[in-house]
Design a binder for this molecule. Structure first.
Ligand SMILES: NC(=O)c1ccc[n+]([C@@H]2O[C@H](COP(=O)([O-])OP(=O)(O)OC[C@H]3O[C@@H](n4cnc5c(N)ncnc54)[C@H](O)[C@@H]3O)[C@@H](O)[C@H]2O)c1
Length: 367
């Protein structure tokens, strides 16, 4: 199969969809991989490394996008819509529930769009997980940073010191991102509460995390009670494919301390705080109702060497499967991968996405 790896054009996006070692693996399987010049620079991979791995290097984005399968990190941007066509397969993070415009473009052009974030394995999301784990760990670094007085925060140190109580951290959602956020916050010495809906998951978190991490049923009442005393709130709730529910409404912020920090990791699905709006690494925060909001939608791009390796390690077996078997056989033989199919043949084939966009749903023919 012909596989294209474009340079990411989203602002401050530093990751790349394939490492040179992934290229070597694909080329050794008989596939042709075209990589755009400079695509791996920020992740520490020179063009020369890709050449030595067997990639065809080109400056031309047209040439990369002519491939049958285009693998990316972030969703295509407007400048890339002109490459959409019926026989194109795009495999990338899409987060379409928050992006009706891109959804419409993919539908109109008849592109086959497989979203990393809805590929499933035993109920978990194996391609989203590594990025969520990075974002989870990073949310605590960012939260601690913005809690500092000189950054506008209330001036409380996450872990406290002997004789002074630590900060209170609440986390909405105890999945991949929430669990790593809880672990990172606990390792700083913070007092941590994870609010979840899934009882089995809470049981697992209690067993796997240090004793200062507590779990609590995620209800509006419990969230309200947490808001009154917390210093750092991390939003990491997700219903796969769906737009994030607004678990914290604007009015609920009245009880929150001035200078507290909200990190909305779920912003890529629209955000789980009503007051969230997507920000960038260049201007990551804003203040609403006296609360600092950090809402960067591509957090792992801050650490591309770690993120690219982690992402590619997870996606490569799927890329290889699509390339080796062809799209339809790969879907039929790999139900988890078929779960990633969001748009096919001009229809939305993912129910939660269709519901979020309020558009018709077509049964996924490969499931
Ligand atoms: N901003 C970024 O750069 C970035 C990076 C990676 C992941 N993400 C996003 O982080 C979010 C979390 O991803 P994940 O991989 O941890 O998902 P996950 O599926 O592993 O976990 C989500 C958890 O949320 C729980 N949940 C659902 N509804 C809830 C509610 N109302 N209250 C409390 N918990 C609830 C689920 O039970 C689940 O355990 C996603 O939106 C993902 O796209 C963002």
């Amino acid at each position: 199969m012909h596989i294209g790896v474009p340079r990411e054009i989203k602002r401050m996006e530093t990751r790349v969809a394939c490492t040179p070692s992934a290229v070597r693996h694909l080329v050794s399987g008989g596939h042709r991989v075209v990589v755009q010049l400079g695509a791996g620079h920020s992740s520490g991979f020179s063009d020369d490394k890709y050449r030595r791995a067997g990639a065809v290097m080109t400056e031309s984005s047209e040439e990369v996008w002519q491939s049958e399968l285009v693998v990316k990190v972030k969703e295509p941007l407007r400048e890339e819509y002109r490459y959409f066509r019926r026989d194109l397969i795009i495999f990338t993070f899409l987060h379409l529930a928050g992006n009706p415009e891109l959804s419409q473009e993919l539908l109109s052009a008849g592109v086959t769009a497989i979203a990393y974030e809805t590929v499933q394995d035993n109920g978990r999301l194996p391609l989203l997980a590594p990025m969520s784990e990075i974002a989870g760990k990073m949310s605590v670094l960012m939260g601690g940073y913005y809690l500092a007085h000189q950054h506008g925060g209330e001036g409380i140190l996450l872990g406290g010191v002997p004789g002074v109580l630590p900060a209170k951290v609440a986390i909405l959602g105890g999945g991949s991102a929430g669990m790593q956020a809880a672990r990172a916050a606990a390792s700083c010495g913070a007092d941590v509460t994870v609010l979840e809906l899934d009882q089995e998951r809470m049981r697992f978190l209690e067993a796997a995390l240090p004793p200062q991490v507590h779990t609590l049923y995620s209800t509006e009442q419990h969230i309200d009670e947490q808001l009154a005393s917390l210093d750092l709130l991390i939003g990491a709730a997700l219903v796969p494919g769906a737009a994030a529910s607004k678990l914290v409404k604007r009015g609920m912020l009245r009880s929150v301390k001035k200078g507290a920090v909200f990190v909305d990791i779920s912003i890529d699905q629209g955000g789980c705080f009503e007051t969230s709006r997507a920000t960038t690494h260049e201007a990551p925060v804003f203040v609403e109702e006296g609360v600092i909001h950090y809402c960067v939608s591509n957090m792992p791009a801050a650490y591309p060497r770690t993120s690219t390796e982690a992402l590619c390690g997870a996606t490569l077996p799927c890329i290889r499967r699509i390339a080796d078997l062809g799209f339809e056989s790969a879907m039929v033989m790999t139900p988890g991968l078929a779960g990633g199919l969001n748009i096919w043949n001009g229809s939305i084939t993912h129910r939660a996405l269709a519901d979020s966009l309020d558009r018709p749903f077509t049964e996924n023919p490969f499931l």
